[in-house]
Structures are given as C-alpha cells and as structure tokens.
Design a binder for this molecule. Structure first.
Ligand code: URP
Ligand code: ZN
Ligand code: ZN
Ligand code: ZN
Length: 461
C-alpha cells in the first residue's frame, strides 16, 4: 500500500515548507516538492499541515491507582483521533518480580493485540531491593531505556525515598537508562492532608491546598541535586511551578542533562476548577495539583524559552463514578485527568493560534523531543525518509467546541468540555495505515505495535 500526500505544509522543528510526502508500506519514502510517484492513494492536503505523529510519553492505561483501574489500551483510538500515534505508559513493578519481568507480562496482558497506536513503557520501581536496582541494566536490551520513581504518595506501595531514587540514578547512568521522577515532597503533603482532614476539610479543593507549589519546587530541586550527586541524567515529569522550572533551567545552564515536561491540563486549567459544585471538582484532581492563572503563563513561556522540553497528557481514564471514591475524603479521589485526544488540538488552539508557541515548537514538544527523550528517534518524531509513516494531516479551518459526545475516551466526561478547538486531525497514518479519515477514527483494535527504545534518548547522549 502506498500513499502520496500532496500540497501540504510540512512542519518540522525548525521550519515549515510546502511539499508532498510519499509513503510506501510502513515508511516515509520521500519528502519534497512535486513528487510524481504512482501511489495506491493520493490525498490532496492543500491548506493543511503535515506533522509527525504525536508521542505521548506520559499516559496511563489499565493503571491501578488507589485501588481503581483506569480505562485501558482499548481506548487508544482516542489517541489516534488526537494525532498521537505512540503512547508510553508507566507500569508499576510487582512486588518480588523484576522490572523487565513485570513490564513484559503487563505488555502481553494489557496492550498486545489491543492497542490502536504504537506503544512502549516506563517501568516504575516499587520494590527497592538490590536485585531491582541490578535489573536496571537489563532494561535497554528489552527495549525500555527509562525507569520511573514516585517521590510523592507517602504510604502507597509505589512511593520511593531519596535512597531509592539515588540508587536508581547510580545504576541507570551506566546502563544508558534515564531516570524519571514524579517530584513532590511526600511528607509535607501527608502533614498538610492530615491537618486538613482533622479540620473537616474534605472537599476536592483541599487536594490543591494541601499540595501547594513549594512541595513540587522543593522535590524538584532535591531530585536534581540527587542527579548532580550521582552524575546521572534525570527527567522530571509533569512540571507545574515556576520554582521547578527555574531549577531545571539553572541545571541546564550548568550543562547538566536535566529535562522536564509539562502537561496540557497545567497549561489550560487553574485550581479554581477544583471548587466546582456537586463534586465536579474531583474531575480535576491530578498530582501535582492545578495551579494559578499566572503559573499557566509561566509554563507557556518556559516552552517558548526551552526550559521545558515536552508536553504530555498524563492521561488517566477514571470515570466520575470512580472519582466518587473520595466523596467524603479528597485523599481517596483517584488522581489524574483524561486528555489523551486533546493534547495536539489544545496546543494548537491555545498555543499556536493564541500566538504563544510556533507550529515548529508544537511539533518539537508533542513529537520530536519525546522521541529523543525516549530513544525512539531512530523511527519516530520526524517527517523524513526512512522514518515510520506516522503522519498527521491537520486541518486548521475547522472550528468547534470540545464535547464528550465527540470524544473516544469511553468516559462520562471530558475536562475540556466547552473549550474552543481550532483545527482537527483530518487524517492520521500509523506506520502507513490510515487510522483517521475526514476527522473520524477508521482504524482497528490491535493495530498498534510495541516499539523498542534504544539506550538513552539522544537528548541525553
Ligand atoms: O494525578 C496524576 N498525575 N495521576 C497519575 C499518577 C501520576 O502521578 O502520574
Ligand atoms: Zn505523577
Ligand atoms: Zn502520571
Ligand atoms: Zn479529508
């Protein structure tokens, strides 16, 4: 099967130009002006933008968290519809099992034959034994060049202390594995949560008040210092505060391999959403918590100046019913917001159309940089010959409002309900197979494949 996409505007991380893309089988064969190859299918992309498929390096599927499981890989048609052709999810190590062992078993049970987009995983250390740390060196050969630790969530089995983070950093640097951390001060949060509950402050808004910016800033600075001590690269997930951004920026200026991502929801929502009536605020409970309006502008600016290197969704498909676990105690609300399908259109609408970032910056943060960070850039993240034909044709002429009726998230809500959306994915190709046509998902369950990452993303080499 071959496809010739004509007359689009191809967007790369450093420029954009009018051109054609020829896809043969699963790969991009040629990119240029006035290509004349014979193709099984010819698409006229006049007036539309051609982008590399998105890579969402922070998403949760079939994820057991606070006793509840999120929607799984059967909902990854939502990713495809939103222009994301590769997802990377976090898998908690099972007690007594190795990292590779856990992830391989999880992949076979929950992703293979189900996922509608390509996928990989970040193993999460939960059992900080010498055997676990030794297992880190086995990760790259199995295709997983990252490992994650949760500094937050005191009392949960997946919480890690500084000793565990440091041990991971020391093992990872020689193995070509990048350590990722969720940086929040678990003790401070625990202390404030206990005080709030003792005062009868049980509603969702107190989720935000009991994890103020300082808990993230402090833990981010500490994580970077541990990486400095271990002389190892580090990647900070879901950065939301000015202080955390500044810590990353300062480390970069020192030449340290420190990277950070933020997430769509932190760019678009503030913590007042948590005050919504009738427990609606629970839908916006994610960690770190939503911040203030001024923090959103700071995060946009940090994308502009390169202090933050990627935008992920941190997608968590919990239903409103599941959120109601925490009706009487905000600490029991499963954390996380759904946003798998909204990342590209929201970045386009509120980033590009609002003049905050360029299309090239969008491409970098939603695709190319995540490919580099995760050792996938030998196949993903570029519109160029030899790369996987993961291609998005974005139609900027559509104007609509986000609504759950149009959503494929398989939930009873979208947090983006009523948001303006400019543009949509008119067509999406996953390794050469068209999975979105005229703005509708047309793919099939199981079309996604496991993609092995290589040791250290090139960003860290
Ligand atoms: O609130 C969030 N982000 N839930 C998912 C788990 C995590 O911390 O990434
Ligand atoms: Zn997290
Ligand atoms: Zn997460
Ligand atoms: Zn069309």
């Amino acid at each position: 099967m071959s496809t010739l996409i004509k007359n689009g505007i191809i967007v790369t991380t450093d420029n954009e130009y009018k051109g054609d893309v020829f896809i043969d089988g699963t790969k991009i064969e040629a990119v240029g002006r006035h290509l004349t190859m014979e193709a099984d299918k010819v698409i006229d992309a006049e007036g539309m933008y051609i982008l590399p498929g998105g890579i969402d390096q922070h998403a949760h599927f079939s994820f057991e968290f606070m006793g509840e499981r999120t929607k799984g890989f059967e909902t990854t048609d939502a990713a495809a519809l939103g222009g994301t052709t590769t997802v990377i999810e976090f898998v908690n190590q099972e007690e007594g099992k190795g990292l590779v062992e856990t992830v391989e078993a999880y992949r076979k049970e929950w992703a293979e034959g189900i996922s509608m987009v390509d996928y990989s995983f970040h193993p999460v250390i939960t059992d900080p034994t010498p055997e676990t740390f030794k297992d880190i060196k086995n990760l790259p050969a199995a295709g997983y060049p990252t490992v994650k630790l949760f500094m937050a969530y005191k009392g949960q089995f997946f919480h890690s202390d500084d000793e565990a983070v440091t041990n991971a950093l020391l093992e990872a640097k020689d193995a070509g594995v990048t350590v990722m951390v969720h940086a929040e001060n678990a003790d401070l949060i625990d202390l404030m949560q206990k005080k709030a509950i003792a005062n009868g402050e049980t509603d969702p808004y107190h989720h935000a008040l009991t994890r103020p910016p300082i808990v993230e800033t402090e833990a981010t600075e500490r994580a970077i210092n541990l990486a400095r001590f271990a002389e190892a690269p580090i990647y900070i997930v879901h950065v939301t505060t000015e202080g955390a951004v500044n810590a990353i920026k300062k480390a970069k200026e020192e030449g340290l391999p420190v990277y950070g991502e933020t997430c769509t929801q932190y760019l678009l929502f503030d913590k007042e959403y948590l005050a919504k009536e009738d427990f609606e605020g629970s839908k916006y409970v994610c960690s770190p918590a939503l911040r203030d309006k001024k923090d959103q502008e700071y995060l946009w600016k940090s994308l502009k100046d390169g202090s933050i290197n990627a935008v992920s969704s941190d997608h968590c498909g919990f239903t409103f019913e599941q959120k109601k676990m925490g009706l009487d105690d905000f600490r029991l609300i499963p954390n996380g917001t759904p946003g798998l399908e909204n990342r590209l259109p929201m970045l386009w609408t509120y980033g590009v159309e609002a003049g905050r970032i360029t299309r090239s910056e969008l491409v970098d943060y939603y695709s190319t940089m995540p490919a580099k960070n995760n050792g996938l850039d030998h196949r993903k993240g570029y519109i160029a010959p030899g790369y996987d034909a993961d291609v998005v044709i974005y139609n900027p002429m559509v104007e609509k409002k986000v609504t759950v009726e149009d959503s494929l998230n398989a939930l009873d809500y979208t947090v983006y309900e009523g948001f303006d959306q400019i543009g949509e994915c008119d067509a999406v190709f996953l390794r050469g197979t068209q999975v979105v046509k005229d703005g509708k998902y047309v793919g099939e369950k199981g079309q996604g494949a496991f993609i092995k990452g290589t040791a250290f993303g090139t960003a860290f080499r």
